[in-house]
Design a protein. Sequence first.
Length: 274
Amino acid sequence: MITIATAPVKTYLSKSKIPGFDYVINPYIGCPHKCVYCYAEYMRKFTGHSEEWGEFLDVKVCEVPLRPAKLFRTRVMLSSVTDPYNPYEKQYELTRRLIKQLVVCQAQVYVLTKSALVLRDLDLFKQIPYCEVAFSFSSADDAFRQLAEPGASSVSEKTEALKILHEAGIHTAVMGAPLFPELSDWKQIIALTRPYTDRYGFDSLNMRPAYQRKVMSFIAAHYPHLLALYGDIFLQEEPTDYWSKLGEEIRDYCRAEGIPADIYFGSFRSYSGN
């Protein structure tokens, strides 16, 4: 049972700390997708909630509209620490109201989501000078998705939404992220989505101490044969070369296939292909 509340805020807009974006909008606090690896779980300590991450959702309330002069031709991301199209967006339509304002502002809008609900706002995306919708895939296997991301849309729903957006002329992207060692088949993700995708990004599973135990417990419960490998990759004091080798493999494959891709594996040098 998820706890729903409202959270008054002075503005929906935050200065971006993410390279390439001017502002970030997170319409909600919390996320009911309950992804086992969620890096945004650190936000819980700022909320006053006793519930576990994924079991509460605060709907932000702000009376101050977005300012067109401030946002004109800026690059705005939705979202960084929540999914703007979580299942409750269907009821509250907060993201839709914000995108209506961004249309007026003539901002460039970049949406990152795991939800096919994003299709609802296709009419608004068509009115934005530049709009990109990116879907996150940690796997092309829906059995894994059900375990790791129980509240997110299915692999087939995300793929169909990607196709519809692409065919409607909306810029599309796929984030192969986070990649789980020996569980995330990145070639399968590409094969499934390539006809409908303008570009790719790939990122590693980065186990911060705050949720390291949760992820390792997940592996122990569902993939115990991989426990030793995950221990070698994530728990040893000496750094592993696992991610650098995987990054090289993805880089070489994407370059050979002419696939635009960026790789963000910690200190591994990012690759941008065309």
